[in-house]
Design a protein around this ligand. Structure first.
Ligand SMILES: Cc1cc2nc3c(=O)[nH]c(=O)nc-3n(C[C@H](O)[C@H](O)[C@H](O)COP(=O)(O)OP(=O)(O)OC[C@H]3O[C@@H](n4cnc5c(N)ncnc54)[C@H](O)[C@@H]3O)c2cc1C
Length: 390
């Protein structure tokens, strides 16, 4: 079988990239190892995705945003960073970002469903589900994929969107910086007595990191980061005990908390590929940059990579030129590195400092937040990053 572009992975980045090529006449194949049902109607996976204004615009352009029910979108007004036992920390207000809200929260499974619903209607996109890509290679003439059912695919360009643990990246000999933080994140939705006022929290407490992402009503997506052994004990805990422990971990700042969803655990691993392109090959989404979730930018940057690469390819297709031209791929790589590397490095440094509980680190943690709180230009910079303006 022959296609212009073969995409490995029908996650949110892979499907959005396919949809971004809707206006071209290029034939696009998406190969996804999960079953058709699993990606057509994805199950709740615990993740509430904080989306920037830029992501909202891209999703509108692709026709995804319109498919998400308005009541499933919660506004993210302000963001608060807390340190240790202190009640005051750093607050980034919506006014710093010059918008009515800093961003929006949408469940990952709803984003995935909308991405699938758009892609399935496109005449130039073919979805093959329930099969894995097991091998790939490229040459000056084209790319070749081998699938787990024994079939093979020929194409002009291979795009890998196969997660931060990308097999395609390895197969193509692309090294990556991998930071394993040795912790797990447990995510779930909880109701609580006190209102959240649509303020997101990132609380670097001593011995634990807690995040709260405000959903509509008195409900929040809760992210607890702890060593794996602690998550193994906490995740299956009987609900009454779980509720009591979480209310206590949050210092009863939200009153009583009640679990209202399933619980999901993810390893805390960040990845940055050394290169995003090779001959007739490109990485997008988490396969290129798998962010630490503390700055809530993983999918935002993945969407940006899909949009940037699709724009370069569309220009080439309009000119009847080679869609896998090395200069086009190099331009994509340069642009996406500029957009992601400073944030990736800063996030890693922040995560290291704010999980170091030594006495000097605690002092520096307090000092940085206190200085940040008094520096409006710094707050505007953070707000610009959260809204996606920068
Ligand atoms: C707890 C948590 C909270 C998060 N919060 C945010 C947030 O607030 N904001 C934000 O922007 N991001 C957030 N993220 C990050 C976001 O979820 C990811 O960036 C995003 O899901 C990555 O999408 P992707 O399509 O690149 O990869 P994935 O979602 O990992 O999809 C990869 C797909 O490829 C398929 N695949 C893999 N290998 C093969 C193969 N060999 N053959 C065929 N198919 C294959 C997989 O089945 C999968 O469907 C969060 C992540 C976590 C864990």
């Amino acid at each position: 079988m022959k296609f212009d572009i073969a995409i490995i992975g029908g996650g949110p980045a892979g499907l959005c990239f396919a949809s971004a090529l809707a206006k071209t006449e290029l034939s696009v194949l998406v190969v996804e190892s999960q079953t058709h049902d699993a990606i057509a109607d994805p199950a709740f996976d615990g993740r509430e995705i904080a989306l920037t204004h830029r992501s909202k615009s891209i999703m509108e352009k692709l026709g995804l945003w319109q498919l998400i029910a308005p009541e499933a979108i919660s506004p993210l007004c302000d963001a608060k960073v807390l340190n240790g036992v202190a009640l005051q920390g750093l607050t980034i207000e919506r006014s710093h970002g010059k918008k009515a809200e800093l961003g929006y929260l949408v469940s990952n499974h709803l984003i995935r469903k909308a991405a699938f619903d758009v892609a399935k209607t496109l005449p130039n996109v073919t979805l093959r589900t329930g099969v894995k890509v097991t091998a790939l290679n490229t040459s000056a003439a084209g790319g070749n994929l081998t699938l787990s059912d024994g079939s093979s695919i020929e194409c002009s360009l291979i795009v890998a969107a196969d997660s931060r643990y990308s097999m395609a990246r390895r197969a193509m000999g692309i090294a990556a910086k991998i930071h394993d933080y040795g912790k797990q994140m447990m995510v779930c939705v909880m109701e609580h007595d006190e209102p959240h006022h649509h303020v997101a929290w990132e609380w670097f407490d001593y011995g634990q990191t807690l995040a709260l992402l405000p959903m509509n009503g008195n409900r929040s997506s809760i992210v607890v980061t702890l060593p794996e052994n602690d998550i193994r004990r906490l995740a299956p805990l009987e609900p009454d005990f779980f509720n009591a422990e979480l209310s206590q971990r949050f210092g009863h700042r939200l009153g009583k908390m009640r679990l209202v969803s399933t619980r999901h655990a993810y390893p805390l691993v960040a990845v940055y590929a050394n290169r995003f392109v090779a001959q007739r090959f490109a990485l997008i989404g988490d396969a290129a940059v798998g962010m630490h979730p503390v700055t809530a930018h993983g999918f935002n940057l993945g969407l940006r990579s899909a949009d940037a690469l699709a724009r370069g390819i569309t220009t080439q297709a309009d000119r009847n030129a080679d869609i896998a031209d090395a200069t086009v791929l190099a331009t994509y790589q340069r642009g996406h590195k500029c957009a992601t590397l400073p944030l990736f490095v800063a996030t890693h440094a922040l995560a290291k400092l704010y999980t170091d509980d030594s006495r000097p680190a605690r002092r520096i943690r307090d000092f940085c937040l206190a200085v940040g709180q008094r520096l409006p230009p710094f707050k505007r910079l953070v707000a610009a990053s959260l809204t996606g303006a920068r």
